[in-house]
Design a protein around this ligand. Structure first.
Ligand SMILES: *Cc1c(COP(=O)(O)O)cnc(C)c1O
Length: 499
């Protein structure tokens, strides 16, 4: 499969796209010829998650042979990496409402769904591209990507990983997970500021030729594990297709019946994967984009203008504290009818003016498939309490944002109530002890672990073993730097690589 840039005629092999992440013109890679409607119910009925992964991924990555792709999938979704054989269980809450649990991987966030597979894809791509340099993965994280990428790349031969996270925003549990990361090829550094700062600066370093030359002289090249890489995006398509098969299996929908999805959104990767699943043939109806108070996307879906010129808020759903959603560019590309010139000019507008707009006609088309809703922190906590008290189901704040967005959408469009809806549950609630304690009026402890004990005692939900095990691990990475020093930090890390 060829992949092309969203901003120019640049077209490359899939392995090149996997290895490089970002196109040289700053655009994102998308399939040159999208495999439209390549999936049918019969292909995925009663198949395992691994089989569905193979069926989906062989349409997006055609250069790997069947045995190779199947072996990568088997290693990624193994018992060692996922706490349930279902991988992404679909939990039914009401007759017309299910929760797709995407947090049963190693780091209790949905990022594991892709980052368990991505290192295998990258190493295979490196081989196919005859790349002999060591790969240095650079990642800016709002909390969950960093940890999932660290676990994915930990001690993978030929790779190193540098994670930057902002001091403002990540939860104490997320910080513990990253500061206590194990592995010989990892480095984790905190940046004073917020996620957008870290992500913007990193993007600049990524395309900085003098940086690339300096590390190339040491036999190293950069790559990315952020959701701009198609190797992150493609594995996320799988669980929407698996959810479709499972909904039919559970009798929640007929094989040709549409269902809606609600996705708590930050960088627009997860919801874009749902859109890809729909384009590939899953009968997804409406895609509801759920945001927190950083509601730039909610406004976009209502007005057709994406306006970043606004205050940035830190919230109790930190993985969605984002104003510049990097995967949104891919969406714009499809909105314009795969017109790279239009996409390029809109991305220029965004950079120069801080905002971009689609046409009225495009907005009308978008609104047939998408809508946006947002939730304040207070509303989110109220939803956590309401869902727990009514259904005994404990949601993390991100998932609760999606749940609340669904309830708001139903109030605006009661006609949607007849459709089955799937809420993407993106994190285990125990990653966010403080908001859960506040929502359920449980006393917080002196440490996050103590808070988790309190939550377990009240709700009966057990602490995932990886989170419990963190407590006794040693703190390894506590450095905090200014974003201007990110380049220096990377070069110093490269100097530690063994020749
Ligand atoms: C990353 C993340 C999100 C946002 O997903 P995007 O693909 O960036 O839109 C939502 N919830 C949680 C828990 C996350 O870790």
């Amino acid at each position: 499969m060829k992949y092309r840039s969203t901003r120019s005629e640049e077209t490359v092999n899939e392995t090149y796209a996997l290895l490089h992440g970002l196109a040289s013109d700053g655009g994102l890679y998308v399939p040159a010829l999208f495999p439209e409607r390549c999936l049918t119910y019969d292909m995925v009925a009663e198949k395992s998650y691994e089989d569905i992964a193979y069926i989906v991924l062989k349409n997006l990555f055609t250069s790997f042979d069947e045995a190779e792709l199947r072996s990568m999938i088997a290693s990624a979704y193994s018992k060692a990496n996922f706490s349930t054989p279902d991988i992404a269980p679909l939990h039914s809450i009401l007759e017309r409402l299910s929760v797709l649990e995407l947090f049963h991987g190693r780091t209790q966030a949905f990022k594991d769904m892709a980052l368990s597979l991505f290192p295998y894809l990258l190493v295979a791509a490196k081989e196919a591209e005859k790349e002999t340099d060591e790969v240095l993965i650079l990642t800016a994280t709002s909390g969950d990507t960093g940890k999932a990428a660290l676990e994915g790349f930990k001690d993978v031969v030929g790779t190193h990983i540098q994670v930057f996270y902002p001091t403002d925003g990540v939860s104490p549990m997320q910080q513990e997970q990253m500061q206590k990361q194990e592995g010989d090829n990892v480095n984790v550094t905190a940046i004073r500021g917020n996620f957008d700062d870290a992500q913007q600066f990193l993007k600049r370093l990524f395309v900085d030729e003098s940086m690339a030359e300096k590390v190339a002289a040491k036999g190293v090249r950069f790559s990315s594990a952020n959701s701009i890489n198609i190797g992150r995006l493609a594995p996320q398509v799988v669980y929407y297709v698996a959810a479709y098969a499972e909904l039919v299996n559970q009798g929640a929908i007929h094989r040709d019946e549409a269902f809606n999805v609600v996705v708590p959104t930050g960088n627009f990767g997860n919801i874009l994967a749902a859109y890809y699943a729909k384009k590939m043939g899953a009968p997804i109806g409406k895609l509801i984009c759920a945001s927190n108070r950083n509601n730039v996307l909610t406004d976009f879906f209502k007005t057709g203008t994406y306006d970043m010129k606004r205050e940035f808020y830190t919230t109790i759903s930190p993985s969605m504290d984002i104003l510049e959603s990097s995967n949104f560019e891919r969406f714009l590309y499809y909105v314009s009818g795969e017109d790279y010139e239009a996409t390029n000019s809109r991305m220029k507008d965004l950079k120069q003016k801080g905002s971009l707009s689609v046409t009225a006609e495009e907005l009308q088309r978008i609104q047939k498939d998408f809508s946006g809703q947002y939730m304040s922190d207070e509303e989110t906590k109220a939803v956590i309490a309401q869902i727990y008290n009514s259904y005994g189901y404990l949601m993390d704040p991100h998932t609760a944002v999606a749940m609340g967005a669904y309830m708001k959408e139903l109030r605006e469009h009661p006609e949607d109530g007849g459709r089955h809806t799937v809420i993407a549950a993106t994190a285990h609630p125990f990653k966010f002890p403080n908001p859960i304690c506040e929502a359920l009026e449980i006393q917080t402890g002196d440490t996050p672990y103590e808070s988790l004990e309190h939550i377990s005692a009240v709700t009966g939900v057990a602490c995932p073993k990886q989170l419990a095990a963190l407590q006794s691990k040693e703190l390894r990475f506590t450095k905090v730097i200014d974003k201007e020093s990110m380049g220096k930090e990377i070069l110093a890390f490269v100097d530690t690589f063994k020749k």
